[in-house]
Design a protein around this ligand. Structure first.
Ligand code: SF4
Length: 252
């Protein structure tokens, strides 16, 4: 079983000690580095392969896909997003789309009427406000309808190579278990401390940050599942607080 570690603090959390020692900060840094390395190495062979992770995918295709991924499994989204983007590959195409046709394509995902009107509205705003281009800044992306903090940061990181944290419920659960973080608020987008923590954990180069975000999303989606996590297959079990304390709920 893994050893336990001193609890890492979220930015903004009060520290009981008046000041942290250099040795303690150094141990934190070394631990975060080992987590980054282990995750990136694991993802090179075990990471999931989706079409939206290919280099040639446009920011618009990423934006559409991220909106569809909201509360929906990636495996279900992939064939539908491919069909939609083959028919409406540019913001101008989707902005002028016949909404019933978009609804028919989205039907396998459920909530197809709502999703279709959202996507078309978003494309119309891209055309009217951004000259048909996807903006690269998360602040601008979040002014688009139905684009929240997660989707905005995902497009900025995966589409534009920016060093941005990408935190959904799966990633939040991994961090909570791995680093003994407190439970996040119900609205994850408001958990500023967690987003800042996620940003600090990223490798320093944009491309590695992208690979790291995909790795942590995959870990949360396939190994560190809500129930019965597969800790025996986990690349960061050696440093996981929950696994070390035996509170993770795994079978091993
Ligand atoms: S060791 Fe288990 S609980 Fe910890 S991060 Fe890995 S899968 Fe999750």
């Amino acid at each position: 079983m893994a050893k336990t570690h001193k609890r890492l603090r979220l930015p903004g959390m009060k520290c009981r000690a008046a000041a942290r020692t250099d040795a303690s900060a150094g141990a934190d840094r070394a631990r975060l580095t080992s987590v980054r390395r282990a995750l990136l190495a694991w993802a090179r062979t075990a990471g999931r392969r989706f079409f939206w992770r290919k280099r040639e995918v446009s920011p618009f295709a990423l934006l559409v896909t991220e909106i569809l991924l909201s509360r929906t499994r990636a495996q279900s989204v992939e064939p539908v997003a491919l069909r939609l983007l083959a028919r409406f590959g540019q913001p101008t195409d989707l902005a002028m789309a016949d909404i019933p046709e978009v609804e028919r394509i989205l039907r396998p995902l459920g909530l197809h009427r709502k999703r279709a009107s959202r996507l078309v509205e978003c494309a119309r705003q891209l055309v009217s406000r951004f000259n048909g281009q996807v903006p690269s800044s998360p602040d601008e992306l979040m002014t688009l309808p139905y684009v929240g903090r997660y989707a905005a940061n995902a497009v900025a990181c995966f589409g534009f190579g920016q060093r941005r944290a990408v935190i959904d419920a799966n990633v939040s659960r991994v961090y909570q278990r791995l680093f003994s973080l407190p439970p996040p608020p119900a609205r994850l987008s408001a958990a500023d401390g967690l987003w800042e923590f996620g940003r600090r954990l990223l490798p320093h180069r944009g491309l590695s940050a992208r690979a790291f975000n995909w790795a942590i999303l995959d870990l949360g989606g396939t190994i560190c599942t809500p129930r019965r996590p597969l800790c025996s297959l986990c690349p960061v079990a050696f440093t996981c607080d929950a696994h070390g304390k035996g509170t993770c709920g795994c079978a091993s």
